[in-house]
Ligand binder design. Structure first.
Ligand SMILES: O=C(O)C1=C[C@@H](OP(=O)(O)O)[C@@H](O)[C@H](O)C1
Ligand SMILES: C=C(OP(=O)(O)O)C(=O)O
Length: 417
């Protein structure tokens, strides 16, 4: 679906309800399958959470998780310990290019029986579930934290628990801390200190537990961008966007948005579980911002596009994981920002956008590369110029309601083809 997006409305405010974090949901679904008595509220309605639910509730041998990285990584560890069960775990064409060797080798070292059926190091995987005897493993920590979270959750189910030694610089650390915090919520003893994680065996607790998933902060990033970009529209009446349901103290690393967008003039304020975003009109925008996003890789695209629209330069570092996500996000950003008239340079781990005064080019068709975040990161620019988004339905990977929520804020949309 090619979607033309524009914004001519006189307002840009409203109330938006975002569903639960897909990262928290997919961890809790695994933990629910491993340990009984967990009831979940406000689960994510994303495709990634749906494929996880389906995988955990079916007994089919072939499990296809489409594009969901968390499902692929978490389920590899999960199926490895399902004694007597054979699983062929596969995914989309892109998923078959996303690396798995580090996790699979760690699991094999623990005794798991996993083979690569097509390309060594990549899905599909044939997994023969069995009891694992060993309880200590070392793996590289600088490629994806999802491998580590997968081992942590599985480790709580092993008779002796699991000790994980992390080799090298640890990437996406808040996601590891999220896993740790969720284990703690289930009374599973676990520590993460320096380069070592220790997981004690969890018991099937008899006490029923209800956990309400906090809404998704990565999805909130697009509203931060909209508020930041609304500066250029000079709306007559000041407007605010309220998003729910959030916590001031979040398990999600992308809650760093509050501090980051302060640098682009966005004010965040909490009233209960509602987070209100407003524009500080008096704020003087910087010429350039510099950010290390190794802890928040999923908001890099949003920030780059906000900066482009505001004419603010940015130097974003810590982006080494972006090349192995839904697409090579660094190359995708370079292509699309260049089409819009921006001056952008990328390496394998950082991105530099030069500050520029000229408005972005109009009516550009943004390619989305099967990446939900390409569609959602560029859409807020429609506040400034009409643009076209290719394959707009791609947003459902994490945020199926994205386009209807944008309508609430006055974004006009027209299906072109
Ligand atoms: O554990 C998680 O829920 C996630 C971890 C991050 O991946 P990496 O650790 O591969 O950077 C993040 O990009 C992804 O969207 C979700
Ligand atoms: C990278 C992402 O997801 P995953 O790795 O779980 O596919 C994302 O949602 O931006």
């Amino acid at each position: 679906m090619l979607l033309k997006v524009h914004h001519t409305a006189a307002h840009c405010g409203g109330d938006i309800q975002i569903t639960g974090s897909k990262s928290e949901t997919n961890r809790l679904l695994i933990l629910q399958a491993l340990f009984d008595s967990i009831t979940l509220k406000n689960v994510s309605n994303s495709d990634d959470a749906q494929v996880m639910q389906k995988a955990l509730s079916s007994s089919d041998e072939v499990v296809d998780i489409h594009h969901a990285g968390t499902a692929m990584r978490f389920l590899t560890a999960y199926f490895s310990i399902q004694e007597g069960r054979d699983t062929l775990l596969t995914g989309s064409a892109r998923m078959q290019e996303r690396p798995m060797a580090i996790l699979v080798e760690a699991l094999q070292e623990l005794g798991a029986q996993i083979t690569f059926t097509h390309n060594e190091g990549y899905p599909p995987l044939q997994i023969k579930g069995k009891a694992l005897q060993r309880d200590e493993v070392t793996l590289k920590a600088n490629v994806s934290s999802q491998y580590i979270s997968a081992l942590m959750m599985m480790g709580a189910k092993l008779d002796n628990g699991l000790t994980v030694h992390l080799d090298g610089k640890i990437t996406s650390v808040p996601y590891i801390n999220m896993t740790l915090a969720l284990l703690h919520q289930l009374d599973i003893e676990a520590t993460f200190e320096g380069q070592k994680i220790v997981i004690k065996p969890g018991r099937n607790s008899a006490v029923a537990r209800e956990i309400t998933v906090e809404s998704d902060w990565s999805s909130a990033s697009y509203f931060y961008s909209i508020v930041a970009l609304s500066r250029k529209r000079n709306f007559n009446t000041p407007h605010t966007i309220t998003i729910a349901s959030y916590k001031e103290s979040s398990l999600q690393g992308d809650a760093a948005l509050r501090e980051i967008y302060k640098q682009l003039g966005v004010v965040s304020s909490f009233a209960g579980d509602k987070l209100t975003l407003s524009l500080n009109q008096d704020f003087e925008l910087p010429e350039t911002i510099t950010l290390d996003l190794a802890n928040s890789p999923d908001i890099a695209q949003t920030i780059a596009v906000s900066c482009l629209g505001l004419g603010v330069g940015c130097h974003l570092t810590g982006l080494h994981t972006l090349k192995i996500k839904e697409t090579d996000r660094l190359e995708a950003l370079r292509e699309e920002i260049t089409k819009l008239g921006g001056s952008i340079m990328v390496t394998n781990q950082d991105l530099t956008l030069l500050p520029q005064k000229a408005a972005v080019n109009e009516n550009i068709t943004i390619a989305t590369y099967h990446d939900h975040r390409m569609a959602m990161a560029f859409a807020p620019l429609a506040l400034q110029v009409p643009l076209l988004i290719e394959d707009a339905g791609v947003v459902s990977k994490s945020y199926p309601d994205f386009w209807t929520d944008l309508e609430v804020l006055g974004f006009g949309q027209e299906i072109i083809g």
